[in-house]
Design a protein around this ligand. Structure first.
Ligand SMILES: NC(=O)CC[C@H](N)C(=O)O
Length: 197
């Protein structure tokens, strides 16, 4: 059985653990870079991206996360996690992991509507998905190798590039595990490829 890690430096960790387990995989909270050796996929949770980046540096995760991505292990960034994976950020020189060819705008839906829910049509899901947005970013530009999975109000809010999946919303905050299942399927497929290869 595959194991999915949730980066446990800051943010919405426990809810992801619950959903991963509900989908029948092992879940571990990752607090040390060495733990990346033992997992098949990683979730970068929502929270506060600038704080998370500071902790990534403090606990010497940066190079290990880049290596994890280079080894083609699937990574799923939700909300602040989507900010972390982006190649570029709007109005900032300081992009973080730079493993997805997108430009992300932080806190992009404005202060007045800091949090909201919306029914989204998502590529790969046959019924709308109730998405919870909390001070959410969106993808302002997506490169040609990026698959757009969902938009809200004309803005890209879910996308995939090879083994990197990103959502502006928090799929772990509903009881609907279908979005996380898309990631679980990526992890299973990658494990099979490694086994065969
Ligand atoms: N809910 C969230 O993860 C908010 C993300 C936050 N606005 C950031 O840029 O880090």
């Amino acid at each position: 059985m595959q194991t999915i890690g949730i980066l446990g430096l800051q943010g919405a960790v426990a809810e992801h653990v619950r959903q991963v387990e509900a989908l029948g995989l092992n879940a571990v909270v990752v607090k040390k870079a060495a733990q990346l050796q033992d997992i098949d996929g990683l979730i970068l949770p929502g929270g506060e991206s600038t704080t998370m980046r500071k902790l990534i540096d403090r606990y010497e995760f940066f190079d290990a996360l880049k290596a994890f991505h280079e080894a083609k292990k699937p990574i799923f960034g939700t909300c602040a996690g989507m900010v972390l994976v982006a190649n570029e950020l709007v109005d900032s020189e300081n992009a973080h992991l730079q493993i997805m060819d997108v430009t992300v705008k932080r806190n992009a839906f404005g202060r007045q509507i800091a949090s909201f829910e919306a029914g989204l049509d998502i590529d790969g899901l046959n019924q709308p998905f109730k998405a919870v947005f909390i001070r959410a970013p969106y993808i302002e530009r997506a490169g040609e190798n990026v698959d757009v999975l969902a938009t809200y109000d004309g803005k890209i809010v879910a996308a995939k590039q090879e083994n990197v999946l990103a959502s502006a919303f928090h799929p772990e905050l509903t009881n609907d595990t279908r979005f996380l299942k898309l990631f679980v399927d990526m992890v299973k497929e990658q494990s099979l490829t490694e086994f065969a290869g």
